[in-house]
Design a protein around this ligand. Structure first.
Ligand code: SF4
Length: 72
């Protein structure tokens, strides 16, 4: 049986909670870029095992708790 968790984990931005501080994309630029207004843009639709440390670091550093890792 194959493990499909890797294909279904996503880093999700709550735009209503995000204040555009930029800490997330400063912490994990390999995973998050920013748009013209300073809001984060997640670069990968799905998180691999190698992406998890960067995703967790970005979520932890966000003072607004606007980033979550969701399994779908
Ligand atoms: S650290 Fe949090 S509040 Fe700041 S830009 Fe990233 S998601 Fe938004």
């Amino acid at each position: 049986m194959s493990d499909t968790r890797q294909q279904t984990r996503q880093l999700v931005v709550d735009r209503s909670a995000c204040a555009g501080h930029g800490l997330c994309y400063s912490t994990s630029p390999q995973l998050i870029d920013c748009d013209d207004q300073g809001y984060p843009v997640v670069l990968k639709e799905f998180l691999s095992d190698d992406d998890m440390a960067a995703a967790e670091a970005a979520a932890v550093v966000c003072p607004e708790r606007a980033l979550t890792i969701e399994s779908r």
